[in-house]
Design a protein around this ligand. Sequence first.
Ligand code: HEM
Length: 407
Amino acid sequence: MSAAASPSSLDGFSLAAPTAGFLDDPYPTYDELRRSSPLHWLSHDSVLLTRHADVLAVYRSAHASSDKRREFAPKFGTGSPLYEHHTTSLVFNDPPVHTRVRRILMGALDQRAMARMEPGVRTLVHTLLDGLEDCRAPDLIEHFAARIPVEVIGNLLDVPREERGPLRDWSLAILSALEPAPSPRVLDRGNAAVTAFKDYLTGLIDRRRRHPGDPQVDVLTRLINGDSQGRLSPSELTHNCIFLLNAGHETTTNLIGNGAHALLAHRDQFERLVREPGLIGTAVEELLRFESPLQLNNRQALAPLVVGSGEIPAGTFVTLCIGAANRDPAVFDDPHRLDIGRRPNNHLAFGQGSHACSGMNVARMEARIALGELVRRFPRMHLADSPPERDRRVRFRGFRSLPVRLD
Ligand code: HEM
């Protein structure tokens, strides 16, 4: 296999060293890749896919592995906390580990669990909206979007409220190390965060073993108990709790933040939602598609993978570009238009197949309440004069700050 000839405008394109322009607006590059280099070789054994059909085919393939040991050994070092963490969580494992952990987890994230969580999320959102009115310079990330998931996911694992302070920073540090080329500083921070998080969870798990919660409600008790087919090892237990706390955290903050920004930047759609609040369900799906919080997923080909755009040899590392697939004109009419009533909307923001996001209903519920209530409470909200600050990462798409005027 050799690197396919790529058109000149894509020469030098690299996820590891993205340009500022790409981070601000990756969509023109995604369009070009999808059109002229759908199997885009990043190196001799690493390919980037941007077409919806190709990404879907890999998600559904039995020969696409999520086991990241080979990839993460040189990146993190096999003895490092980051390596231990990322190679133990369910998302980066294949069966049987993946199947076992996922089965135990899923029972706690079903529709009944959603219904139990919803009133608490509503109360929290109303309290935060009240607080926004009192802010001199309201920032929708700091004062709103970032405050919701940490509470929801903290409640799921029943983390005492007064102990939730460090969770967001640990999560940011651990997930940032998943960027294509993390700097030594990012790796140091990620390793320190895994160690601190592990120490904290060891204590929390000890306390929960002594005073178990209700396994119908408390995900941690559920993970401790296991099921009729077995239990998690102590290391699996700790690392999957860390993963869960991280997975439900930044992505959902970014869904709410990106969603609010997209609506404010497309005034007609903002006002449409004010007039037709019943569109909140399709609006959240469209916002997931339009600015996907997770832009990239990864797999490794265990055998040759045949996708519409060609064949990917066994052993290849495959990067699936969710953000590009979700703007593919072959699937979405006028894909760069935000249409909060769009139907159908077969976006891939939550992945697909055996690893599809276990928390998608939690995230959807949070976003429906947060964005629905935001627009209802502040129908004249506008972006402030000071510009929003974008997060400079390629895997996670979101904002660090989003100043607004409530008018
Ligand atoms: C907007 C918010 C979210 C987005 C965009 C998102 C996206 C994703 C994606 C794309 C995957 C698939 C990874 C892969 O195939 O390699 C995934 C997996 C996962 N997500 Fe989410 N997620 C979100 C929120 C949540 C929440 C709130 C939770 C927990 C309550 C959660 C828990 C998980 C878990 C446990 C997995 C691993 C599933 C598995 O490997 O079987 N996510 N997520």
